[in-house]
Design a protein around this ligand. Structure first.
Ligand SMILES: CC(=O)N[C@H]1[C@@H](OP(=O)(O)OP(=O)(O)OC[C@H]2O[C@@H](n3ccc(=O)[nH]c3=O)[C@H](O)[C@@H]2O)O[C@H](CO)[C@@H](O)[C@@H]1O[C@H](C)C(=O)N[C@@H](C)C(=O)N[C@H](CCC(=O)O)C(=O)O
Ligand SMILES: Nc1ncnc2c1ncn2[C@@H]1O[C@H](COP(=O)(O)OP(=O)(O)OP(=O)(O)O)[C@@H](O)[C@H]1O
Length: 530
């Protein structure tokens, strides 16, 4: 299994008395366990793998097991007390009890954030906090915002899918939004290291699983919404409902919402915090019933420039900010515009932002990353039908030859999107190479079969411009085939895994970096004398 990264913590905070925490958070001692008197708590964790000596272990009922089953393991790691629900306390007692206090709360997952906030002394108080949500674009927007803040002479701590940055030190991530005690512990470490801002991605899982409770965002931003994660949320309406919770006073003070599409317009109308609206398309989605929204900020004068775009951002009081962005794709214009308006809404000075946003690179690993030319090879993280469409259409604009796409679907996640991804690829690309993504615990051939069904069905439905559909596994062989067979004027898009370097197959972690495989194939293509 993937290893759990250790999240940084502040080194020098005085501990909190467990009895004070119990009083403040209505924790009730399980009478079968020792008294909390005299116990000092220096950290909070939800997982034994990240337990430190002196921690409080919050044992939550999970989807697979109850955290209380690991209470003894946590005690051996040095935790000084357990917070759990009644079922957890009973499990601990049945297992023979523990020599440390066990405190009960009806919803231990929901209280974990407040406990961490207390133990780590509400670190956001001295920082500006921004959260970004939406199906796609979170990583790119947060990287761009961190870049703008750096150009303003500030330093942002970062939490997201690709990496976390604490005090300027980057570490790879496992989750997009870690568990609440890890988020708040990292924030305290950021404050201690002198970071001025927190910029973080907020996934829908995080909102539903209380990972950002207790953390007040100064500003939250919304990119867009499309079908994804429906295995977790059930349907789009519930998925939207969870995202919308972030735009309420329980989580944030102000919002910036991209209103190019109907979901964004609905969010702007339904949010219960003040919201600044942003339109980034010249012709917003015509399907919107209330398409007449008059946005506060809008993108204008957009033009393509080599691998990126230039545009102007026009504000409600005649403001004008010109941006030269070196990331390809209309969607990245949206992300950059959102990052600029987030910086302004968080309080940055207009003149200063004008300078700080003049040239933006993003520099996001595995997001429309050009790894080679002739043929042009691009690695992107597009892993749903909508992102795949946008990525292919973006590259089509600058491709003289054929457009190849190499991709697969993830195992153990949302099977409903597999056929749709296949259909999309066959509709948009010229050559579709169906391969493996992360099969996780599922049979890889079965996942490919679902994607192929969609791709072949689409190709057969339009014989005139039928895409060629191939099945090649493993993934390295698929990448090699496409890179070697493509003509110099072709583009090969390798989609779905972006920056990722580990592929999980049947519970085993294999090294696999799409960018490395492209470079190897390009070298082979040139031959031994190259
Ligand atoms: C669906 C989901 O989000 N599951 C999360 C959930 O797992 P779970 O309910 O199955 O937990 P469990 O295995 O039953 O264990 C129960 C408790 O015992 C603890 N435990 C368990 C085993 C052990 O040895 N020691 C231990 O302490 C666990 O930490 C947990 O607190 O609680 C765990 C920790 O509390 C999370 O690590 C786990 O995230 C898993 C790893 C995951 O893959 N989550 C993904 C889907 C996710 O959250 N993704 C989002 C969105 C990404 C995107 O937008 O693409 C993200 O923010 O990353
Ligand atoms: N604003 C956007 N609208 C639609 N698609 C986008 C947008 N921004 C990026 N994408 C597409 O989605 C992919 C993922 O982008 P990014 O990593 O920024 O999103 P994310 O929200 O962090 O994704 P995830 O939550 O899955 O980690 C990109 O590689 C691109 O194909």
């Amino acid at each position: 299994m993937t290893t759990t990264p250790t999240h940084p913590r502040p080194a020098d905070l005085p501990p909190r008395a467990l009895s004070d925490l119990a009083d403040a958070h209505a924790l009730v001692r399980d009478e079968r366990s020792p008294s909390p008197q005299g116990v000092q708590v220096s950290g909070v964790t939800l997982a034994t793998a990240s337990a430190h000596p002196g921690d409080l272990f919050v044992a939550v009922p999970g989807l697979r097991s109850h955290g209380a089953r690991y209470a003894d393991q946590a005690r051996h790691a040095g935790v000084v007390a357990i917070v759990t629900d009644q079922a957890g306390a009973d499990l601990i007692a049945q297992d023979g009890g523990l020599a440390i206090p066990v405190l009960c709360h009806p919803e231990p997952r929901a209280i974990a954030a407040a406990l961490a906030a207390d133990v780590y002394r509400e670190p956001w108080r001295e920082m500006t906090t921004t959260g970004v949500t939406g199906t796609n674009g979170k990583t790119t927007t947060t990287f761009l915002l961190a870049e703008i803040l750096a150009n303003l002479g500030r330093r942002a701590g970062l939490i997201g899918t690709v990496e976390t940055r604490v005090g300027g030190v980057a570490e790879p991530s496992r989750l997009t939004t870690p568990e609440a005690p890890d988020v708040i512990g990292m924030l305290a470490a950021m404050r201690a290291a002198g970071d001025t801002d927190l910029v973080m991605e907020v996934s829908s899982h995080a909102i539903a699983l209380h990972r950002v409770d207790a953390l007040p965002f100064d500003v939250v931003g919304f990119t867009h919404l499309t079908a994804d994660h429906l295995d977790f949320h059930g349907d789009l309406e519930s998925y939207f409902g969870v995202k919308a919770q972030l735009f309420t006073p329980a989580h944030a003070r102000r919002g910036v919402v991209c209103v190019d599409e109907e979901w964004g317009r609905r969010l702007a109308a339904e949010a219960t915090i003040p919201v600044v609206t942003l339109a980034t398309l010249e012709h917003p989605d015509a399907t919107g019933s209330d398409g007449a929204i008059d946005p506060d900020w809008r993108v204008a004068e957009r033009s393509l420039r080599d691998q990126g775009s230039r545009f102007a951002l026009l504000g409600p009081r005649g403001e004008r900010i010109e941006v030269d962005l070196s990331l390809p794709g209309d969607f990245n214009v949206s992300n950059a515009a959102l990052a600029v308006v987030l910086a302004l809404t968080a309080g940055a000075d207009l003149e200063a932002v004008r300078g700080a946003a003049a040239h933006l690179t993003g520099g996001v690993p595995g997001r429309m990353e050009v790894v080679g030319t002739s043929p042009r090879c691009v690695v992107d993280f597009a892993h749903n039908a909508d992102a795949l469409t946008r990525a292919i259409r973006t590259l089509r604009q600058t491709t003289a030859g054929r457009l190849w796409v190499v991709f697969g679907a993830t195992g153990d996640r949302d099977p409903s999107k597999r056929e749709e991804m296949g259909r999309t690829a066959a509709r948009e690309a010229d050559v579709v190479v169906v391969t493996d993504d992360d099969p996780h615990g599922e049979d890889a051939a079965r996942i490919r079969a679902a994607v192929l069904r969609g791709a072949r069905g689409e190709a057969e439905s339009d014989a005139a411009r039928a895409a060629q559909v191939l099945e090649i596994a493993p993934r390295a062989a698929a990448i090699e085939h496409a890179v070697i067979q493509a003509a110099p004027e072709d583009t090969v898009l390798i989609a779905g895994r972006g920056h990722e370097t580990i592929q999980e197959v049947a519970g085993v972690d294999l090294d696999l970096d799409d960018r490395h495989e492209v470079r190897v194939a390009l070298t082979r293509r040139k031959g031994p004398d190259a």
